[in-house]
Design a protein around this ligand. Structure first.
Ligand SMILES: [Zn+2]
Length: 78
C-alpha cells in the first residue's frame, strides 16, 4: 500500500526530533519526502518507504495534488 502524502501535510512521527518536536510539515514530494520540523524549522529528507513506517498520525492534511511523477490526464478536446 502506498501512503497518500500531500504537500503541506502535517504529520506526527514516532521518532522525536532533538528539539523536542515530533510534528513535521511536508515541504517536498518525490522519492524522498522533504519534511520541515515545526519545532525548530530544520529540513530533512526521508525516503518514502521509511517515512511510511515513521508516521504515527496526520495532524492536518494539505490540498490533494497530483504527484509529480504521475502521468498527466490529457484531454483530447477540440
Ligand atoms: Zn526540530
Amino acid at each position: 500500500m502506498v501512503l497518500d502524502i500531500r504537500m503541506d501535510d502535517v504529520v506526527k512521527l514516532r521518532k522525536q526530533h532533538p528539539c523536542g518536536s515530533d510534528e513535521w510539515r511536508v515541504v517536498r514530494l518525490g522519492a524522498d519526502i522533504g519534511l520541515k520540523c515545526l519545532g525548530c524549522g530544520r529540513r530533512i529528507l526521508v525516503p518514502r518507504s521509511q517515512l511510511q513506517r515513521q508516521i504515527k498520525a496526520f495532524i492536518s492534511r494539505g490540498e490533494p495534488t497530483q504527484f509529480p511523477w504521475a502521468p498527466e490526464d490529457k484531454e483530447s478536446g477540440g
